[in-house]
Design a protein around this ligand. Structure first.
Ligand code: AMP
Length: 563
C-alpha cells in the first residue's frame, strides 16, 4: 500500500474535531485496507508505532531528525530550527522545506507503508558506533522517497508524536462500523487481547463469531477493570451491602503473567516492566503455586525490607523508568507487591466469577511472603469497623481504601460500579500560570502544559510547582490560549514565558518534594478546577501554605470525601 493513502486519511482526521466524523473516516478507510496492513494501521491511528507491550520504542530526538532534514533538503540546521520554532511543528517544517526540494527532483518509485515500517523497525535496533549516521541515513531515505505532504507524518511517526487525537474508543467504533460487528464484541475482544489490530483483522475475516473466540492468554496483558469514586464509606455500604474493604496502596498496578517459569509483568498501560522488577519476578516464580495464571496487584516502593512503610509514588516511578543498573536500584528502592485479584487460572478465564471466589482462589495459589503478599482486607457491613480499617490504612501511609462488591465479576476495560475508591480530600490550590508550551501537530496553535507557581509574598517572587497539561479539551486549550496570549513575555522554541497574571484553582493527587521546580515541590497529577477570575496573582497560595499542607499529611482527615 502506498504511504500517501495514509497521508490523505491523517490529513482528513487532522481537519476534524468531530468524534463521529473521525469514526466514519476511519471506518471507511479500514474497510479497504489490505488485511496484512490492518494491525500496523490501527496502531498508527492510535498514534503508536509498536504495541505498548512490545517494549519497543524509536527514541529519536529532534536533533537527529533535523540533521536528516538538512541532508535531504540542503537547508542549514539552524535555519531548520528557526522554521520549526516559527511553525511550531517539526513535521510541518520538513514538509515546507521538502516541497521545494521535490519540485526539482522526481522520483519514480512511490513510498510504501512497508518501506516506512521497515525503516522505523531498523531505527529501533541501532546502537553503538556509527549508529547515529545510520539512523540519519534511514530517515533521509524515507524523506527522499516521500511526497512532500507525507513527510509531515513520517517525521511525526519517527518522533512518536503523531497525535491525531483519536482515542481507543473511536478506533473501536470504526472497527464495528467498518466490518458491521457489534461494538460490545469489539470492546470485549480488545479488553481480552489489548490488540486493536488483531481485533480489526478478526472482525474483517471472521465477523462476530471470530470476535467471540478471542480470549485472554498469558503473555498478553489485558485491559484492567477500573474503580469508581465514591464520597464516603457509608455510601460504599449503601451501594454494596457487605463489601470487602481493601487498603488502597499507592503504587503501580501490575499484572503478573505466569506460564510455568516464564513471568511477564505489565503495567495498567500495558507496558512490559518485567526487567524493571527482578525481585517480583523471582517472588512470582517461587510463590505462585500453579503453572499458568494471571494475577494482579499493586507494586509499592517501601522504606526498607525492615521498615516496610510506603515511600512516595515518585520513588516507584524511578524504578519503572529505570532501564539499566537495575540490581543496584532494587537495593536503594525496595518494592513489594500487594496482590488483589486473579483473572486467569490454568487456562481458564476467571473474570466471570464473583470477587469473593477469585479472592479465595488467590489465597489458595499464593504463598505469602513479606515481598509478595495479599492486599489487606476486611469484609464488613459495619460502618465503625470500616472506619477503623480506613483510618488505620491512612495512618500506615496508604492512600485510602477500595470497597469491592463480593459478587461482581471482573469487567475488563471498564469503570463499572464493582469497586469504589475512598480517599481523603486534597485541598485545592490557587496557583499562577507563569509559563506554557506551544502544542504539537493539530494543537500547534494552542498553548498547553501550563507552568504553575506559588507566590512568595516575602520575596515578591513566583516559584514553580508543576506543570498542568493533560486532560484539556481542544475548546479549553483554545480559551486558555486566548486568555494567556497577551501575557507572553518571551518565547524560546516552544517554551513561552508568561507575565504572572492568570490564577487557576488546581486539584492534585499529592505534593512531592522535587528538584525540578524552583519551589522545591511538585504537584502530582495537577488538574484544572476553574480559572479564578476573581483572584489576582498576589492572592495565589504561598510556599508557606505548601509546607503546611505537606506537614499536615500523615495527620488523619476527619472528612474522607474522595476527590
Ligand atoms: P485510581 O488510580 O485512583 O483510579 O484508583 C484505582 C487504582 O488503585 C487501581 O488501578 C490500582 O492501581 C490501585 N489499587 C491500590 N490498591 C488496590 C486494591 N487493593 N485493589 C484494587 N486496586 C488497588
Amino acid at each position: 500500500m502506498d504511504f500517501s493513502k495514509l497521508t490523505k486519511i491523517f490529513h482528513r482526521l487532522e481537519e476534524t474535531n468531530s468524534r463521529l466524523e473521525m469514526a466514519a473516516i476511519v471506518a471507511d478507510f479500514l474497510k479497504n485496507v489490505p488485511e496484512k496492513d490492518l494491525p500496523q494501521i490501527t496502531l498508527f491511528l492510535r498514534g503508536r508505532i509498536f504495541p505498548a507491550w512490545s517494549g519497543k520504542e524509536i527514541g529519536i530526538g529532534n536533533k537527529l531528525v533535523i540533521r536528516a532534514i538538512s541532508k535531504v533538503s540542503g537547508t542549514k540546521e539552524d535555519k531548520i530550527e528557526d522554521l520549526i520554532r516559527e511553525m511550531g511543528d517539526t513535521g510541518l517544517a520538513a514538509e515546507s522545506l521538502l516541497v521545494k526540494k521535490t519540485q526539482t527532483t522526481l522520483f519514480s518509485e512511490k513510498l510504501t507503508l512497508d518501506k516506512v515500517c521497515a525503516n522505523l523497525e531498523k531505527l529501533t535496533n541501532l546502537t553503538g558506533n556509527g549508529s547515529q549516521d545510520r539512523k540519519i541515513a534511514y530517515i533521509s531515505e524515507l524523506l527522499a522517497f516521500a511526497e512532500p505532504e507525507d513527510t509531515r507524518y513520517i517525521i511525526r511517526l519517527i518522533l512518536e508524536e503523531l497525535r491525531l487525537g483519536i482515542g481507543e474508543g473511536i478506533v473501536k467504533d470504526a472497527i464495528a462500523q467498518a466490518f458491521q460487528v457489534d461494538l460490545k464484541l469489539v470492546e470485549h475482544a480488545y479488553s481480552m487481547s489489548t490488540d486493536l489490530g488483531g481485533v480489526a483483522k478478526t472482525a474483517k475475516q471472521e465477523g462476530c463469531e471470530g470476535l467471540k473466540k478471542i480470549t485472554m492468554k498469558t503473555g498478553r496483558p489485558i485491559d484492567v477493570m477500573l474503580a469508581k469514586k465514591i464520597g464516603s464509606l457509608q455510601e460504599a455500604l449503601d451501594k454494596l451491602g457487605k463489601p470487602a474493604f481493601e487498603i488502597k496502596y499507592d503504587g503501580a498496578r501490575i499484572q503478573i503473567h505466569k506460564e510455568n517459569d516464564r513471568i511477564g509483568l505489565y503495567t495498567r498501560r500495558l507496558e512490559d516492566v518485567t526487567k524493571q522488577f527482578p525481585e517480583i519476578v523471582k517472588a512470582a516464580k517461587e510463590n505462585i503455586k500453579t503453572g499458568s495464571v494471571i494475577v494482579e496487584g499493586e507494586v509499592v516502593a517501601i522504606k526498607s525490607d525492615k521498615d516496610r512503610s510506603p515511600r512516595p509514588f515518585q520513588d516507584l516511578s524511578r524504578r519503572i523508568k529505570r532501564k539499566y543498573k537495575i540490581p543496584e536500584m532494587t537495593k536503594t528502592i525496595p518494592v513489594e507487591i500487594n496482590l488483589f485479584d486473579v483473572i486467569f487460572y490454568c487456562g481458564e478465564d476467571k473474570t466471570r466469577e464473583g470477587f469473593l471466589k477469585r479472592r479465595k482462589l488467590l489465597e489458595e495459589i499464593i504463598n505469602q511472603t513479606d515481598r509478595f503478599r495479599l492486599a489487606e482486607q476486611i469484609i464488613t457491613d459495619d460502618l465503625d469497623a470500616a472506619e477503623v480499617f480506613y483510618r488505620n490504612a491512612l495512618e500506615l501511609g496508604h492512600e485510602g481504601v477500595i470497597a469491592k462488591n463480593l459478587d461482581a465479576p471482573y469487567q475488563a476495560g471498564s469503570r463499572v460500579g464493582y469497586m469504589y475508591k475512598i480517599k481523603p480530600v486534597m485541598e485545592t490550590l490557587d496557583l499562577v500560570i507563569i509559563g506554557a508550551t506551544w502544542g504539537e501537530g493539530r494543537r500547534a496553535r494552542w498553548l498547553g502544559s501550563y507552568l504553575l507557581a506559588v507566590f512568595d509574598s516575602e520575596r515578591e517572587d513566583y516559584m514553580a510547582i508543576g506543570r498542568m497539561g493533560t486532560g484539556f479539551k481542544d475548546k479549553q486549550l483554545e480559551e486558555m490560549t486566548e486568555l494567556l496570549r497577551e501575557d507572553i513575555i518571551k518565547e524560546n522554541g516552544k517554551e513561552v514565558k508568561l507575565k504572572p497574571k492568570v490564577v487557576v484553582e488546581v486539584a492534585y493527587e499529592e505534593i512531592q518534594k522535587s528538584k525540578t521546580y524552583s519551589s522545591g515541590y511538585a504537584l502530582r497529577f495537577p488538574r484544572l478546577v476553574r480559572i479564578r477570575v476573581d483572584k489576582s496573582q498576589y492572592d495565589a497560595d504561598t510556599p508557606q501554605r505548601i509546607r503546611e499542607l505537606i506537614e499536615g499529611v500523615g495527620s488523619i482527615e476527619t472528612d474522607y470525601l474522595d476527590h
